[in-house]
Design a protein around this ligand. Sequence first.
Ligand SMILES: C[S@@+](CC[C@H](N)C(=O)[O-])C[C@H]1O[C@@H](n2cnc3c(N)ncnc32)[C@H](O)[C@@H]1O
Length: 352
Amino acid sequence: MPKELLGTYFNYSFPEPQYLGAKFIHRGWIAQYIPQEVHTVLDAFAGSQSIAYMMKQLGKRVITNDFMSFCNQAGMAMIENKNVILTAQDLDILFSANRDPLLFNLMEQLFSGLFFQRNEAAFLDSFRSNVSLLVHPLKQALALTIMCRSMTRKVTMGHFAHTQALNYAENPERIKRNRSLVRPIKDIFLDLLPKYNAAIFDNECDNLSYNENILDLIPRLEGVDLVYFDPPYCNSHADYQSFYHLLETYVEYWKDKSFVNGTKRYEPKRFSGFDKTTEAVGNLEKMFELADNIPIWLISYNDRSFPDIKTMLGMIEKFRHVIVERKIYNAGRGGKGSVAGSSEVLFVCSKK
Ligand SMILES: C[S@@+](CC[C@H](N)C(=O)[O-])C[C@H]1O[C@@H](n2cnc3c(N)ncnc32)[C@H](O)[C@@H]1O
């Protein structure tokens, strides 16, 4: 983190995420391009919330958004939340018996023998059944957020677009690299809990988390000084609903979906507009047009993405003056889009 950014709130730390495309490791680099005089910022595709959190640390009023519910729960827990933590009493509630096993059995039905052993899946259901007994919505959000993070730790590769979880959990080489594969989820949760509790702070702004398609949200927002766009790009794991369907199912506890293919992904999916090559360009254009009243745009991009950089620049330059900043990856991390040798790009866009 550059010295000039070491303000009051940088003694708090965001618990390291494991989320495809997360910009956690780039947060210090991105922070440099957020001018001091900016007051209200929007993280339009917040995912793990790692950049929204950095913005909160900078003392900005943060509006954060993601169309996935589990990401919004993290936004409520980590960005909106000023001082609500989980206490020992809350844990007694969360870890008590399933309050209605006939209603709360989705994880066991869908995912036992696939991502979890049956007893672990049943534990997830009983925890989920008790979440609504926590009276404060931010406590509920924090409990769900830590449990979602515990599940990504428990399952190999940290996502749910494969069917190898239980095989890998028996592979001694993999276990050596990641002990969490064989640890009870409850223990993983209890390890993470103090890190999350310690990450909650009040930056003296009323921050807000939304759970909308960004194309619907932008027209309703007023007074935003800067927007950070980190959309999914086709070619690099754009389909977040395939990778994280299980977390979404856990949070939504769907009663009106079917569950398809080997991974038991819910169907129908939500409409993104950015995850198909046939739709992405049109919707990026539409988004830029809608954001014309927000003076500063920061746009993350990777030089292996679709649409290519020339197309991106062509679209942005219709509305903004652009400077292209680059950071070269030294080590592969976070999947296809961030392999060694490729570069992370930030379009820094200002009014013409
Ligand atoms: C590259 S990730 C963002 C990563 C984030 N910057 C971080 O550091 O964790 C893209 C995110 O966009 C979300 N998303 C996809 N389509 C969306 C839409 N139409 N509106 C809002 N969010 C969307 C996905 O759920 C995903 O979390």
